[in-house]
Write a protein that binds this ligand. Structure first.
Ligand code: WQD
Length: 339
């Protein structure tokens, strides 16, 4: 019997890629998704990649009654990976209550039921946004958690604290918080990838949609940052590498080693500027991405990239794929979407 892992938000961008890697690593993933921010055909696409169907439960993590029924039915859960959350930085500022209720409410329900049903292992989808605008780079897991730049980032900080409190209360919970940097790319099959609803907020889907002619041009937000070329720097990690980090985190939890709650930066340890990313995209795909220079985007920070020492030393995980691999896979996904 393969260890069964509940993957909330498992039809989403990072969730779907993690479901693939969980299966390949010998787990039995069960997708829980309300399909508010993901397409209903994603589980079937995952099935095509794996050559077998994946179990899907449609549901909302904030619905305590439905979630209790789920935990009562799924008696052999070996762990939970909690992706389900809203993640738009700008929308979170416009709709704070929606973000507090969903992102924090879903975690509270999940932790209560994990305690009630004795499910111990949790991997939580956190974010480098908890660091705010770091003064020292690269950021380590001990870098200060600073004032969040958005409601989204604040909900991630609150969720981290809730998990740490529950783990410290010795209720049986063993958790790993993975602080994602900038996930980009898609599965090399071109069957799953990033699916922004409406106009993309994030850089790479905007680049690929512009290159595909769906957008007139990319605006590079700001060229007066204190960086070598003036554009902002981020740590771009291939989504398949990030998915594999979740498998490594589960293995660590199953080992029983370490504290009840551990935190890891899920990044490559390398920074790249917006201009470098656009140039790399055009170089690896041979496709132009028309772009203009614009003003800074409110709320953006100048630079952040990870110190990935801990995640490599403790989880034995290190990013294997390059930014170029991610851009090539992102473009392949965009082309496949258009077919
Ligand atoms: C990257 C850079 C923009 C669009 C994201 C997620 C956040 C977190 C971290 C997981 C910035 C610039 C963008 C465009 C541009 N992930 N840009 N033109 O803001 O670092 O945050 O990753 O939790 O949830 O939002 O990513 O892709 O939006 O921006 O110049 O049209 O690209 O200014 O410098 P960001 P992003």
């Amino acid at each position: 019997m393969k260890p069964e892992i509940l993957v909330t938000g498992g039809a989403g961008f990072i969730g779907s890629h993690t479901v693939v890697e969980l299966f390949l690593a010998g787990y039995e993933p069960v997708i829980l998704d309300n399909f508010v921010n993901s397409r209903r055909d994603i589980p079937q696409r995952i099935g095509k990649i794996l050559g077998r169907e994946v179990r899907v439960i449609e549901g909302d993590c904030t619905d305590e009654r439905a979630m209790r029924d789920l935990f009562a039915r799924e008696k052999s859960l070996a762990g939970v990976i909690h992706f389900a959350a809203y993640k738009s930085v700008s929308e979170s500022v416009r709709e704070p209550l929606k973000y507090h209720r969903n992102n924090i409410g879903s975690l509270l329900v999940l932790l209560k039921l994990m305690e009630e049903f004795g499910v111990k292992n949790l991997v939580f989808s956190s974010s480098c946004t908890v660091y705010g605008a770091p003064e020292v780079l690269p950021v380590t897991e001990n870098s200060p958690v600073r004032t969040a730049e958005s409601t989204y980032g604040y909900t991630k900080q609150v969720c981290e604290q809730i998990i740490q409190d529950q783990a410290a209360a010795e209720k049986g919970l063993k958790a790993i918080l993975l602080r994602y940097f900038n996930p980009i790319g898609a599965h090399p099959s071109g069957l799953i990838g990033e699916l922004p609803l409406g106009k993309p907020e994030n850089l790479v889907p905007y680049i690929t949609q512009t290159a595909a002619g769906l957008r007139d041009q990319l605006t590079i937000f700001g060229d007066d940052y204190p960086t070598p070329d003036g554009t902002a720097i981020r740590d771009y990690i291939h989504v398949v590498d990030l998915a594999r980090a979740h498998v490594a985190a589960l293995r660590r939890l199953e080992s029983g080693r370490g504290e009840n709650c551990e935190i890891f930066n899920a990044g490559t340890g390398r920074g790249a500027s917006v201009k470098e990313l656009v140039e790399a995209f055009e170089r690896v795909t041979g496709v132009k991405c028309p772009h203009i220079q614009g003003a800074r985007r409110p709320g953006d920070i100048a630079s952040i990239w990870a110190d990935a020492t801990q995640v490599e030393q403790v989880l034995g995980w290190k990013a294997q794929l390059t930014m170029e691999d991610a851009l090539r896979d992102a473009w392949n996904w965009q082309v496949m979407l258009g077919k």
